[in-house]
Write a protein that binds this ligand. Sequence first.
Ligand SMILES: C[S@@+](CC[C@H](N)C(=O)[O-])C[C@H]1O[C@@H](n2cnc3c(N)ncnc32)[C@H](O)[C@@H]1O
Length: 244
Amino acid sequence: MSADDAVTTSYDRFAAAFAAEAAHSPYNAHYDRPAVLELLGDLTDRVVLDAGCGPGLYVTELLARGAHVIAVDASANMIDLARRHAAGQITLRQHDLTRPLYWLASDSVDIGLLALVIHYIDDRIALLRELHRVLRPGGHLIISTSHPTADWLTAEGSYFDVGWVEQKWACGIGHRFWRQPLHAWCAEFTAAGFAISAITEHQPTADMAHTHPRDHETLTRKPGFIAYRLTKPTNTGHKTDNDA
Ligand SMILES: C[S@@+](CC[C@H](N)C(=O)[O-])C[C@H]1O[C@@H](n2cnc3c(N)ncnc32)[C@H](O)[C@@H]1O
Protein backbone atom coordinates (compact mmCIF):
# COMPACT_ATOMS: atom_id res chain seq x y z
CA MET A 1 0.00 0.00 0.00
CA SER A 2 1.45 3.40 -0.96
CA ALA A 3 1.42 6.42 1.37
CA ASP A 4 -1.41 7.92 -0.68
CA ASP A 5 -3.46 4.69 -0.49
CA ALA A 6 -3.01 4.74 3.29
CA VAL A 7 -4.32 8.32 3.51
CA THR A 8 -7.33 7.50 1.35
CA THR A 9 -8.10 4.35 3.35
CA SER A 10 -8.00 6.38 6.57
CA TYR A 11 -10.37 8.95 5.12
CA ASP A 12 -12.64 6.22 3.75
CA ARG A 13 -13.03 4.71 7.25
CA PHE A 14 -13.34 8.14 8.81
CA ALA A 15 -15.61 9.74 6.18
CA ALA A 16 -18.88 9.97 8.15
CA ALA A 17 -17.09 11.06 11.33
CA PHE A 18 -15.09 13.69 9.39
CA ALA A 19 -18.29 15.00 7.78
CA ALA A 20 -20.03 15.39 11.15
CA GLU A 21 -16.99 16.95 12.81
CA ALA A 22 -15.88 19.30 10.01
CA ALA A 23 -19.41 20.68 9.49
CA HIS A 24 -19.15 22.54 12.81
CA SER A 25 -15.58 22.19 14.09
CA PRO A 26 -13.57 25.27 15.04
CA TYR A 27 -10.71 24.46 12.65
CA ASN A 28 -12.93 23.73 9.61
CA ALA A 29 -16.18 25.69 10.00
CA HIS A 30 -14.80 28.72 11.87
CA TYR A 31 -11.27 28.91 10.54
CA ASP A 32 -10.45 27.21 7.21
CA ARG A 33 -13.67 27.58 5.23
CA PRO A 34 -14.26 31.29 6.01
CA ALA A 35 -10.64 32.20 5.15
CA VAL A 36 -10.61 30.15 1.96
CA LEU A 37 -14.06 31.29 0.77
CA GLU A 38 -12.91 34.89 1.11
CA LEU A 39 -9.83 34.14 -0.97
CA LEU A 40 -11.97 32.39 -3.63
CA GLY A 41 -13.85 35.65 -4.28
CA ASP A 42 -16.79 35.95 -6.69
CA LEU A 43 -17.70 32.52 -8.07
CA THR A 44 -20.74 33.42 -10.15
CA ASP A 45 -20.76 31.23 -13.28
CA ARG A 46 -17.14 30.18 -12.64
CA VAL A 47 -16.06 26.60 -13.28
CA VAL A 48 -14.53 25.49 -9.98
CA LEU A 49 -12.59 22.26 -9.48
CA ASP A 50 -12.77 21.15 -5.82
CA ALA A 51 -9.82 18.73 -5.65
CA GLY A 52 -10.02 16.50 -2.55
CA CYS A 53 -13.59 17.59 -1.87
CA GLY A 54 -14.12 15.30 1.12
CA PRO A 55 -17.79 15.06 2.16
CA GLY A 56 -18.78 18.15 0.16
CA LEU A 57 -18.72 20.90 2.78
CA TYR A 58 -17.06 23.28 0.31
CA VAL A 59 -19.25 21.97 -2.51
CA THR A 60 -22.35 23.30 -0.74
CA GLU A 61 -20.72 26.73 -0.37
CA LEU A 62 -19.46 26.82 -3.96
CA LEU A 63 -22.88 25.95 -5.38
CA ALA A 64 -24.54 28.58 -3.16
CA ARG A 65 -22.14 31.15 -4.68
CA GLY A 66 -23.22 30.30 -8.24
CA ALA A 67 -20.24 28.15 -9.31
CA HIS A 68 -20.31 25.24 -11.76
CA VAL A 69 -18.60 22.61 -9.64
CA ILE A 70 -16.42 19.66 -10.54
CA ALA A 71 -15.50 17.78 -7.36
CA VAL A 72 -13.12 14.85 -6.95
CA ASP A 73 -11.81 12.76 -4.09
CA ALA A 74 -9.96 9.44 -3.92
CA SER A 75 -12.27 8.14 -1.19
CA ALA A 76 -15.46 6.44 -2.39
CA ASN A 77 -17.18 7.12 0.93
CA MET A 78 -16.33 10.83 0.73
CA ILE A 79 -17.75 10.97 -2.81
CA ASP A 80 -20.98 9.27 -1.61
CA LEU A 81 -21.34 11.90 1.12
CA ALA A 82 -20.57 14.76 -1.29
CA ARG A 83 -23.21 13.40 -3.69
CA ARG A 84 -25.83 13.69 -0.91
CA HIS A 85 -24.84 17.33 -0.33
CA ALA A 86 -24.83 18.18 -3.99
CA ALA A 87 -28.05 16.48 -5.07
CA GLY A 88 -26.83 15.86 -8.63
CA GLN A 89 -26.11 19.48 -9.53
CA ILE A 90 -22.39 18.91 -10.13
CA THR A 91 -19.82 16.65 -11.72
CA LEU A 92 -18.54 14.32 -8.99
CA ARG A 93 -15.86 11.78 -9.62
CA GLN A 94 -13.76 9.37 -7.57
CA HIS A 95 -10.23 10.29 -8.61
CA ASP A 96 -6.79 9.86 -7.06
CA LEU A 97 -4.97 13.18 -7.37
CA THR A 98 -1.64 11.39 -7.72
CA ARG A 99 -2.86 10.52 -11.24
CA PRO A 100 -3.42 12.93 -14.16
CA LEU A 101 -6.85 14.52 -14.60
CA TYR A 102 -6.87 13.09 -18.15
CA TRP A 103 -10.68 13.54 -18.40
CA LEU A 104 -10.42 17.34 -17.94
CA ALA A 105 -9.41 19.48 -20.92
CA SER A 106 -6.53 21.95 -20.69
CA ASP A 107 -7.52 25.56 -19.83
CA SER A 108 -11.08 24.42 -18.92
CA VAL A 109 -11.27 25.45 -15.23
CA ASP A 110 -11.54 29.03 -13.87
CA ILE A 111 -10.64 28.29 -10.25
CA GLY A 112 -9.04 25.31 -8.54
CA LEU A 113 -9.49 24.57 -4.83
CA LEU A 114 -7.17 22.31 -2.84
CA ALA A 115 -8.36 22.66 0.77
CA LEU A 116 -6.38 20.75 3.40
CA VAL A 117 -5.16 18.13 0.88
CA ILE A 118 -1.73 19.04 -0.53
CA HIS A 119 0.16 17.90 2.59
CA TYR A 120 -1.00 14.30 1.87
CA ILE A 121 0.51 14.24 -1.64
CA ASP A 122 3.94 12.75 -2.25
CA ASP A 123 4.74 14.32 -5.64
CA ARG A 124 3.18 17.75 -5.03
CA ILE A 125 4.85 19.38 -8.04
CA ALA A 126 3.30 16.79 -10.41
CA LEU A 127 -0.17 17.51 -8.96
CA LEU A 128 0.41 21.28 -9.15
CA ARG A 129 1.53 20.98 -12.79
CA GLU A 130 -1.64 19.03 -13.61
CA LEU A 131 -3.83 21.63 -11.89
CA HIS A 132 -1.90 24.32 -13.80
CA ARG A 133 -2.70 22.49 -17.07
CA VAL A 134 -6.47 22.38 -16.48
CA LEU A 135 -6.68 26.01 -15.28
CA ARG A 136 -7.28 28.71 -17.87
CA PRO A 137 -4.59 31.41 -18.19
CA GLY A 138 -5.27 34.04 -15.52
CA GLY A 139 -7.16 31.47 -13.41
CA HIS A 140 -6.41 30.89 -9.75
CA LEU A 141 -5.63 27.91 -7.56
CA ILE A 142 -6.49 28.37 -3.87
CA ILE A 143 -4.61 26.10 -1.48
CA SER A 144 -5.04 25.76 2.27
CA THR A 145 -2.74 23.66 4.41
CA SER A 146 -1.05 23.53 7.81
CA HIS A 147 0.91 26.63 8.70
CA PRO A 148 4.63 25.72 8.66
CA THR A 149 5.08 27.10 12.17
CA ALA A 150 2.19 24.92 13.44
CA ASP A 151 3.88 21.85 11.95
CA TRP A 152 7.18 22.88 13.53
CA LEU A 153 5.59 23.27 16.98
CA THR A 154 3.74 19.93 16.59
CA ALA A 155 6.63 17.88 15.27
CA GLU A 156 9.39 19.85 17.04
CA GLY A 157 12.97 19.63 15.70
CA SER A 158 14.07 22.48 13.47
CA TYR A 159 11.65 24.82 11.66
CA PHE A 160 13.64 23.94 8.52
CA ASP A 161 13.08 20.16 8.78
CA VAL A 162 11.45 18.56 5.74
CA GLY A 163 9.62 15.23 5.67
CA TRP A 164 6.63 13.10 6.64
CA VAL A 165 5.10 13.49 10.11
CA GLU A 166 3.10 10.58 11.57
CA GLN A 167 0.27 11.34 14.02
CA LYS A 168 -2.73 9.58 15.54
CA TRP A 169 -6.02 11.42 15.79
CA ALA A 170 -8.04 11.14 19.03
CA CYS A 171 -10.29 8.58 17.26
CA GLY A 172 -7.22 6.34 16.81
CA ILE A 173 -6.86 6.74 13.04
CA GLY A 174 -3.34 7.25 11.70
CA HIS A 175 -2.52 10.44 9.88
CA ARG A 176 0.62 11.19 7.84
CA PHE A 177 1.36 14.61 6.38
CA TRP A 178 4.22 16.42 4.65
CA ARG A 179 6.01 19.17 6.54
CA GLN A 180 8.36 21.80 5.12
CA PRO A 181 9.22 25.48 5.72
CA LEU A 182 7.50 28.34 3.90
CA HIS A 183 10.21 28.87 1.29
CA ALA A 184 10.00 25.19 0.26
CA TRP A 185 6.21 25.42 -0.29
CA CYS A 186 6.68 28.57 -2.37
CA ALA A 187 9.46 26.95 -4.42
CA GLU A 188 7.12 24.06 -5.31
CA PHE A 189 4.37 26.47 -6.42
CA THR A 190 6.68 28.39 -8.72
CA ALA A 191 8.36 25.19 -10.01
CA ALA A 192 4.90 24.14 -11.26
CA GLY A 193 4.56 27.39 -13.23
CA PHE A 194 2.39 29.43 -10.85
CA ALA A 195 2.81 33.01 -9.67
CA ILE A 196 1.99 33.50 -5.97
CA SER A 197 -0.62 36.28 -5.94
CA ALA A 198 -1.61 36.15 -2.24
CA ILE A 199 -0.62 34.47 1.01
CA THR A 200 -3.03 34.74 3.92
CA GLU A 201 -2.58 33.56 7.49
CA HIS A 202 -6.05 32.52 8.70
CA GLN A 203 -7.75 34.38 11.53
CA PRO A 204 -10.52 32.70 13.56
CA THR A 205 -14.01 34.13 13.06
CA ALA A 206 -15.54 36.37 15.72
CA ASP A 207 -18.20 33.63 16.22
CA MET A 208 -15.52 31.20 17.37
CA ALA A 209 -14.85 33.40 20.39
CA HIS A 210 -18.34 32.38 21.60
CA THR A 211 -18.59 28.80 20.30
CA HIS A 212 -15.00 27.64 21.02
CA PRO A 213 -13.29 30.30 23.19
CA ARG A 214 -10.15 28.27 23.97
CA ASP A 215 -9.46 27.48 20.31
CA HIS A 216 -10.16 31.11 19.44
CA GLU A 217 -7.68 32.33 22.01
CA THR A 218 -5.03 29.90 20.74
CA LEU A 219 -5.56 30.67 17.05
CA THR A 220 -5.34 34.42 17.52
CA ARG A 221 -1.71 34.02 18.62
CA LYS A 222 -0.59 30.66 17.07
CA PRO A 223 -1.52 30.17 13.39
CA GLY A 224 -2.91 26.73 12.52
CA PHE A 225 -3.46 27.00 8.76
CA ILE A 226 -2.22 29.14 5.89
CA ALA A 227 -3.73 29.77 2.44
CA TYR A 228 -2.18 30.66 -0.89
CA ARG A 229 -3.71 32.08 -4.05
CA LEU A 230 -1.65 30.93 -7.03
CA THR A 231 -2.24 32.35 -10.49
CA LYS A 232 -1.60 30.74 -13.85
CA PRO A 233 0.12 33.52 -15.81
CA THR A 234 -1.32 34.53 -19.15
CA ASN A 235 0.88 34.49 -22.24
CA THR A 236 0.55 38.24 -22.58
CA GLY A 237 2.69 39.82 -19.89
CA HIS A 238 1.34 37.82 -16.90
CA LYS A 239 -2.00 39.68 -16.78
CA THR A 240 -4.45 38.15 -14.28
CA ASP A 241 -8.07 38.58 -13.18
CA ASN A 242 -6.85 41.00 -10.55
CA ASP A 243 -5.29 43.38 -13.05
CA ALA A 244 -7.39 46.40 -14.00
C1 LIG B 1 -8.86 16.98 5.46
S1 LIG B 1 -9.89 16.32 4.21
C2 LIG B 1 -10.37 17.84 3.40
C3 LIG B 1 -11.68 17.71 2.68
C4 LIG B 1 -12.21 19.04 2.11
N1 LIG B 1 -11.30 19.62 1.15
C5 LIG B 1 -12.50 20.02 3.21
O1 LIG B 1 -11.63 20.85 3.49
O2 LIG B 1 -13.58 19.91 3.83
C6 LIG B 1 -8.70 15.65 3.05
C7 LIG B 1 -9.36 14.98 1.84
O3 LIG B 1 -8.33 14.72 0.87
C8 LIG B 1 -8.62 13.48 0.26
N2 LIG B 1 -7.38 12.95 -0.34
C9 LIG B 1 -6.23 12.63 0.29
N3 LIG B 1 -5.34 12.16 -0.61
C10 LIG B 1 -5.95 12.20 -1.82
C11 LIG B 1 -5.56 11.84 -3.14
N4 LIG B 1 -4.35 11.32 -3.41
N5 LIG B 1 -6.44 12.00 -4.15
C12 LIG B 1 -7.69 12.51 -3.91
N6 LIG B 1 -8.12 12.84 -2.68
C13 LIG B 1 -7.26 12.70 -1.65
C14 LIG B 1 -9.15 12.63 1.40
O4 LIG B 1 -9.87 11.50 0.93
C15 LIG B 1 -10.03 13.64 2.14
O5 LIG B 1 -11.35 13.65 1.67
